[in-house]
Design a protein. Structure first.
Ligand SMILES: Nc1ncnc2c1ncn2[C@@H]1O[C@H](COP(=O)(O)OP(=O)(O)OP(=O)(O)O)[C@@H](O)[C@H]1O
Ligand SMILES: [Mg+2]
Lengths: 290, 257
């Protein structure tokens, strides 16, 4: 790792990001501005998350990186390789073995612990953006707790579709105060945000914002009394491991309309199969990954 | 007898060296409608903006007494305090419905927003209130899910009125609510406003340069010229027996309604 400071960023930049992180932890759900740096990857590839991870890592850490729940997508593989190279830290694909987990679009199925940090990559941090494009105005709305607009958005959904159609980036209220965009995780994952033992950090690189949920923070998904929030998932078991409690991806398997539903969290699915669980499309004598 | 809703004393607003309005004093009592008339540039909108706290005045007092009887000096309110009054006690009807509506949000969402802003969280109740208000402003209930962009100018203005009244405000500010509409549409809107003002016992300050509007809606009248109030009194009195030369000119220059 010669030629690089530990975890790529220089110490001064890390200190600046840590100050922003401390402020974010002190005011759960509040978006703290920070001076986002150029990273050796384009925006949209998790530059915010990467900077937060870089500022948190210590040499003893074990890092896991997932993209849509999978450890083996290009994005996840390259971020993991990046930190293995510039921080010389251990990496893993197992949720239980990781001390820091950087994620895009998912929260792992396995319960998280107090000694873990979950870092989210965030494209658009402002939950009020779609109805109020002016930044000066949205800041005022947060400051004055004027969140009626959020419910207008949900109202429009119900009026148009008969239900709240929003299935990703479903807005939440943090400790009864700030409304927060949990990043584009499926709303299935929203309940995991609540009362989570791990520290959850959110980094938006292009928009230069950091926000956080300290351990055991109260996080509620917005809804109406007569249209309560539901963390939905496709009504199938995983075709490989048979899980009925995990979030599923739909996979097209042939050109005749054939499809299967499998766990989006590959580590979770592998663990279950290693423990002997079988879905209806699992190979009878499947070779299990280590 | 109850206390006044609004007490204005020596209100003044300058734009640099130009006078916006000056030496304006009046009292508005609960259930009363005050009309403000005058030619273009006479300071009507300036005055209204100061009253609603949209513009900072340069001098004088504006006291507003809220539901609980507490008196607020509008000029000294914090942004949070002003917004609270705007949300819970007041309504503001803009001349251009675009300024008072969200053009990309459905009619129901527009009417429901003030309710949601005050914490209503029951979809069915919000929708029922929106339907009720659409009916009251004579918009067909089956338009509830259409966006105001697809409405005529008159419908947009009626929707804005529904949105501003749904929360049961104690005081309504209106700036040329019938301006920019063609004559037959104006007449219908005026009729509607008159019905609402009477049925709801609204207190209001209405700015207009249309004497027909004040004749129908206002209990009292202030005539403005060059930023100053040149004449004021009961509407019928002022219009039927104008004392100030400018008012006489104003009255004689329009066809009698
Ligand atoms: N933002 C501003 N900056 C400078 N001068 C202004 C501003 N707004 C209004 N004025 C001036 O203040 C005076 C009063 O304007 P105001 O808009 O209050 O009149 P008005 O009675 O509402 O007119 P109208 O009937 O045309 O709406 C006018 O001389 C106007 O040019
Ligand atoms: Mg005006």
């Amino acid at each position: 790792m010669s030629g690089y400071n530990f975890a790529y960023l220089d110490e001064q930049t890390k200190r600046m990001i840590r100050r922003a992180l401390l402020k974010a932890v002190a005011i759960p759900g509040y978006q703290v501005p920070f001076a986002s740096r150029e990273m050796p990857m384009p925006y949209g590839w998790g530059t915010g998350g990467v900077q937060v991870t870089a500022a948190c890592l210590v040499p003893e850490d074990t890092l896991k990186v997932i993209d849509q729940g999978a450890d083996d997508t290009t994005n996840a593989v390259s971020i993991r390789a990046f930190f293995a190279r510039v921080a010389d830290i251990a990496t893993t694909e197992h949720t239980r073995d990781a001390s820091v987990i950087q994620t895009r679009h998912r929260i792992p199925e396995a319960p998280l612990r107090e000694d873990q940090i979950l870092v989210f990559q965030v494209p658009i941090p402002e939950p009020l953006r779609f109805l109020e494009p002016r930044e000066t105005e949205t800041r005022k709305m947060h400051a004055l707790e004027e969140y009626g607009l959020m419910h207008v958005r949900l109202y429009e959904d119900i009026a148009r579709h008969g239900e709240i159609a929003k299935s990703y980036a479903y807005p939440v209220r943090v400790e009864g105060r700030y409304v927060m965009d949990p990043s584009p995780i499926p709303k299935f994952d929203n309940p995991k945000l609540d009362d989570c033992p791990a520290l959850q950090l959110f980094g938006a690189g292009r928009e230069q914002r950091i926000y956080a949920l300290p351990p055991y923070t109260r996080v509620e998904s917005l809804d109406f009394e007569d249209y309560p929030f539901k963390a939905s998932r496709p009504d199938h078991p995983c075709a490989l491991c048979g899980a009925r409690d995990s979030y599923l991806d739909e996979v097209v398997i042939d050109d005749a309309g054939g499809r299967m539903f499998v766990c989006s969290d590959t580590d979770y699915c592998n663990d279950r199969r290693a423990a002997g669980h079988r879905g209806e499309m699992a190979a009878p004598f499947e070779e299990m990954p280590e | 007898m109850s206390a006044p809703l609004l007490e204005v004393d020596g209100l003044r607003k300058h734009y640099g060296r130009r006078i916006g309005c000056a030496e304006v004093s009046f009292t508005l009592w609960p259930g009363e409608v005050m009309g403000i008339v005058g030619e273009s540039g006479s300071g009507k909108s300036t005055l209204l903006s100061c009253l609603a706290g949209h513009l900072a005045s340069d001098g004088g007092q504006i006291l507003y007494r809220d539901r609980s009887g507490h008196a607020h000096a509008v000029a000294n309110l914090s942004e949070a305090g002003r917004r609270r009054l705007a949300r819970e006690e007041w309504a503001y009807v803009h001349q251009n419905p675009r300024d008072g509506l969200r053009m990309g949000v459905s009619a129901g969402g527009n009417v429901g927003e003030p309710l949601m802003a005050r914490g209503q969280r029951h979809f069915g109740d919000i929708r029922a209130a929106a339907l009720d208000w659409l009916e009251r402003v004579e918009i067909a209930q089956d338009r509830i899910d259409d966006v105001p962009r697809d409405f005529s100018g008159g419908m947009q203005q009626r929707l804005q009125i529904a949105r501003s009244l749904v929360n049961g405000p104690r005081l309504v500010f209106m700036d040329e609510p019938t301006g920019g509409l063609d004559v037959s549409v104006q007449a219908r809107l005026l009729d509607l406003l008159r019905g609402l003002v009477r049925d709801l016992g609204l207190s209001a300050v209405i700015v207009t340069h249309d004497l027909a509007v004040v004749r129908l809606l206002a209990d009292r009248l202030m005539v403005m010229q060059g930023g100053y109030v040149v004449e004021s009194g009961l509407t019928d009195q002022v219009l039927d027996d104008p004392q100030h030369a400018y008012t006489q000119l104003l009255v004689s220059s329009v066809l009698q309604v």
